[in-house]
Design a protein. Structure first.
Length: 273
């Protein structure tokens, strides 16, 4: 059963923060339970707050200590933002952060009264409730706070707990950055189609439709692994087999994706602090 906190303060409502707020409200979080702090709200966030009667930029001093303070600002903005909102966080507040590179130890120094911290990495398909989020909870996060985290992130897609905080870097490299890899693949397919002589508009429509359809097929046939789906498309000695011989050869797709993910993971580690 979904369990919601009574008071949530969302700090930062850009694309990801706005997507989370919309998902929470659609999934059942009471509008009266949510306050959004965003100095430059987009028209979409302003419209959401107006339509759902959510408090947008109330006076911080007038807010009660929240059950959950969700941080969705840019990582480089954390310093000045934390200085403003840290007094809100009490001993019973769960500080839930989606800030890349900001460790729970870092967050603890900025929110000294709080004890419970969850560090999460969602991805952009959260905007259509198809996101993937993995999160680490420090040892002071209690059972109720874990359930709140599961409800809040489950509202925008699938959710997974991590046992080790350092695994966040690998999650960032795979699911956090992964949508960009898929978009890049779509661009590459379209470019390849143009090189084969197809018009640019048709090339992009074919590439997009293929990626979208393959993803939906994989979703609907979730019991069937992607390797089986790949083999189902591949006739021995056929056109797909010829292409896969290139993609899966030495230095091909597997090696390229592994190198890309390793680079992203390493960069995530460099950003930690």
């Amino acid at each position: 059963m979904t369990q919601w906190p009574d008071r949530v303060v969302l700090v930062g409502a850009g694309k990801m923060g706005g997507a989370m707020a919309s998902g929470w409200l659609d999934a059942g979080l009471a509008a009266s339970s949510l306050a959004i702090l965003e100095p430059n709200p987009s028209p979409e966030v302003a419209a959401l707050a107006s339509a759902r009667e959510v408090a947008l930029n109330p006076e911080i001093a007038a807010l009660a200590t929240p059950d959950v303070m969700a941080l969705a600002v840019k990582p480089q903005s954390l310093g000045p933002v934390a200085a403003q909102v840290a007094p809100l966080a009490g001993e019973g507040t769960l500080v839930l952060s989606i800030l890349a590179g900001k460790t729970t130890a870092n967050l603890r120094t900025r929110f000294p009264r709080a004890r419970a911290f969850v560090r999460a990495m969602p991805n952009t398909p959260a905007a259509i409730r198809r996101g993937v989020t993995a999160a680490y909870a420090n040892f002071e996060v209690n059972a109720a706070q874990r359930r709140w985290s599961e409800s809040l992130f489950g509202a925008v897609g699938s959710f997974h707990w991590l046992e080790d905080e350092t695994a966040i870097d690998a999650v960032t490299a795979i699911s956090g950055s992964g949508p960009a890899y898929v978009f890049a693949l779509t661009e590459a397919l379209a470019a390849a189609a143009e090189k084969l002589g197809l018009p640019a508009d048709l090339s992009m429509r074919l590439a997009r439709g293929t990626v979208e359809g393959a993803g939906e097929l994989m979703r609907r046939q979730s019991a069937t692994g992607p390797a089986t789906l790949r083999r189902d498309v591949t006739s021995p000695g056929g056109t797909t087999a010829a292409a896969l011989a290139v993609l899966q050869g030495a230095g091909g797709l597997d090696a390229l994706i592994a190198r890309a993910a390793a680079a992203a993971c390493a960069r995530a580690g460099e950003m930690a602090g």
